[in-house]
Design a protein around this ligand. Structure first.
Ligand SMILES: [Zn+2]
Ligand SMILES: [Zn+2]
Length: 650
């Protein structure tokens, strides 16, 4: 039979497998092959081929190849666990960004001390180089098999599979796991792995279920790659905002409040205030009108906006509703807002609007609420209450392009000030081929708006990736994406075109010819969600924030009490020039005070003694610079005021 490759085709015997085919292509390729793609579908190398199939070989150079490799390592982990703790029960073991995990129900929870023993058992399984074989079973048989192994979580998974789904298993030696696959042909192919951490995780992410143990691990093609990764991961842990942000006294959480509602402490609140003022002033310069709208509304508002139909499960609802979102007891239903749009539309609708009023640009530093799943919470990045630099531009269709570009320009300006312009990538998030009912049903409008956005993006000339099924329910988005220290990607800023709101909210304007028209809406954020942006700033700068956003920009250290008055005088001069500063009045040794101020990563530490007091000078310790310098107080103030205004980053 004939099998088609990327370039050309090969002739192989009937009944041959992908592995046979790759052997025929080259022995070298056969050695590095970990899986195959037949007619675009990922499968095992042992899969049988049919005449006319299109075959691609997947190696560890491919992301999918590395995922297969790591997933096999997860199975090796599961087998090792069953060998050591025969009564443990396996839940799920997927691949994630930098490795894999397995959720396991142990009789007695394990600890990090067990890792060495588990790893050495894994190594035994790998060294045995056991073949990995796939088999399929009808549903009843599949349940029976898992009953035999006493794997009740697997039984639950099987029972939830759709009726016509193939139920497959993978067997390596005495160990069998329910799995879609594919897998490496044998365990011996794994060369470098490590178990990395341990946390608790609720079965199916639901806090009503049992808490399981999640064991994280990773695997690489080469030992050197693994070592490199582990060093980087150690560094990342130190920078993780969820740890560092707490250590630095920027934010905290409190059990008595609730998960996902972080508390900003004075330092964090100060940074947010500085950022907010900067953003609001810049938006005003660019023609935005600031609004202040309520945090909640009746369900009626969200019914018009579509949130009630498309977003209700992520909203905090006050009052009891049934499955259709209707009040159970006839009482009025209120809900905390997940976004500002429908509130700002009310302002537009207040009074007759003409084409002369457009574009109408509203902005707001808005508190918003989204009921994210508890398993998703992460520090300041995933929260349930946040402050969004939200805004909406209501404009004619012809104005969309210009306004869209202005939004992106504003975000560029802000990213430059944050020093993050080079840290972001762009994602054109479309509905694409998805027919999910989470989207407003209007094919023509979707196609037109997606085409319109593509023209704009190509005209701007930014590099972007296209992502299907990532749109907002009312239209496509340009998402400005960023990765956290662990490599997980999130959206920082977004600019969206909405074709539906004009009509659904009856936001009409009188056109040049006197006819009534529906406007387009651009939803946008400029700096994104303040809490999340702060999280990325903490991770980027590891606490050594750019001068202009530091809660304390200058710390003044009098050497003795004799120079306390002068220290206060320096502070007064700085404060009057708009520089945030503090005097360390404690009766401690100066060396100790300097060390502590440096640990806090204050940009400037000033030491003032008798000499400085007499000469009206300051001894300047600049962050990141060993050498100290004595300059006149006046010159110092001038320098810092300039660096602050120009948002110089050092
Ligand atoms: Zn699996
Ligand atoms: Zn909006």
């Amino acid at each position: 039979m004939e099998i088609f490759l990327k370039n050309g085709s090969i002739e192989i015997d009937n009944g041959a497998t992908c592995h046979d085919a790759v052997l025929k292509i080259s022995e070298g390729l056969a050695r590095s092959a970990v899986a195959a793609k037949v007619n675009g579908k990922l499968c095992d190398l042992s899969s049988k081929l049919n005449d006319g199939d299109k075959l691609e070989i997947v190696t560890l150079k491919d992301r999918e190849g590395l995922e297969v490799y790591r997933h096999t390592c997860a199975h090796v982990l599961a087998q090792a666990l069953k060998n050591i703790f025969p009564t443990c029960k396996l839940a799920i073991g997927p691949v994630i960004d930098n490795g894999f995990y397995y959720d396991v129900d142990f009789n007695t929870p394990i600890t990090l001390d067990d890792f060495a023993k588990i790893e050495s058992e894994m190594l035994k399984i790998i060294n045995a180089n056991t073949p990995i074989e796939r088999f399929e079973l009808p549903r009843k048989e599949a349940v029976k098999l898992m009953k035999k192994f006493d794997e009740n979580y697997k039984i639950e998974l099987i029972e939830d599979l759709p009726e016509n789904e193939t139920i497959s298993f993978y067997k390596q030696g005495s160990f069998t796991d329910l799995c879609r696959g594919p897998h490496l042909p044998s365990t011996g192919k794994i060369k470098a792995f490590k178990l990395t951490s341990l946390t608790g995780a609720y079965w199916r992410g639901n806090e009503k279920n049992k808490m399981l143990t999640r064991i994280y691990g990773t695997a690489f093609e080469k030992k050197s790659q693994l070592d490199e990764y582990l060093v980087a991961a150690e560094e990342a842990k130190k920078r993780d905002h969820n740890k560092l942000g707490r250590d630095l006294g920027i934010f905290m959480t409190s059990d008595i409040i609730v998960l996902g509602f972080p508390i900003l402490m004075p330092k964090g609140a100060k940074i947010l205030q500085v950022l907010t003022r900067f953003v609001e002033d810049e938006e005003a310069k660019r023609g935005f009108m600031i609004t202040k709208t309520p945090n909640m509304a009746k369900s009626d508002l969200y019914k018009i906006s579509g949130h009630w139909a498309h977003y209700r499960d992520k909203m905090f609802i006050l009052g009891e509703v049934d499955d259709h979102g209707e009040s159970v007891d006839g009482e009025e239903i209120m809900a905390l807002r997940p976004m500002t749009c429908p509130f700002q539309y009310q302002i537009f609708k207040n009074g007759l609007k003409s084409y002369r009023d457009l574009p109408c640009r509203y902005s707001e530093t808005a508190t918003e609420f989204r009921k994210e799943a508890s398993g998703e919470m992460h520090g300041l990045i995933r929260v349930r209450q946040f402050t969004l630099s939200d805004g909406h531009i209501i404009c004619t269709k012809e104005q969309v392009e210009e306004e869209f570009k202005r939004c992106l320009d504003l975000s560029y300006y802000i990213l430059d000030a944050l020093g993050m312009r080079n840290d972001v990538t762009f994602r054109f998030s479309k509905r694409g081929k998805s027919k999910s009912d989470k989207y407003i049903d209007n094919d023509e409008a979707w196609n037109n708006t997606e085409a319109m956005m593509k023209v704009i993006l190509d005209d701007i000339g930014i590099d972007y990736v296209e992502a299907d099924d990532e749109a907002a329910f009312y239209g496509p988005k340009l998402d400005v994406q960023i990765k956290n220290v662990h490599g997980k990607e999130d959206t920082l800023i977004t600019i969206q075109i909405d074709f539906a709101a004009g009509e659904s909210f009856e936001m009409q304007y009188i056109d040049v010819d006197g006819t009534k028209q529906y406007p387009y809406v651009i939803h946008r954020s400029s700096i994104g969600c303040y809490e999340r942006t702060l999280a990325f700033l903490i991770e980027k700068y590891a606490g050594a924030f750019p001068l202009w956003m530091c809660p304390t920009q200058v710390k003044i250290l009098p050497i003795t009490d004799r120079t306390l008055d002068y220290a206060e005088e320096v502070a007064k001069t700085l404060l009057e020039s708009g520089i945030r500063c503090e005097v360390d009045k404690r009766n401690e040794k100066i060396g100790y005070k300097i060390r502590e101020a440096k640990m806090e990563k204050v940009p400037y530490v000033l030491v003032v003694g008798d000499k400085e007091a007499e000469d009206k000078t300051v001894n300047v310790n600049k962050r990141g610079i060993e050498e100290k310098q004595t300059v006149s107080l006046q010159d110092f103030v001038k320098t810092v005021v300039k660096e602050n205004a120009e948002k110089i980053i050092f």
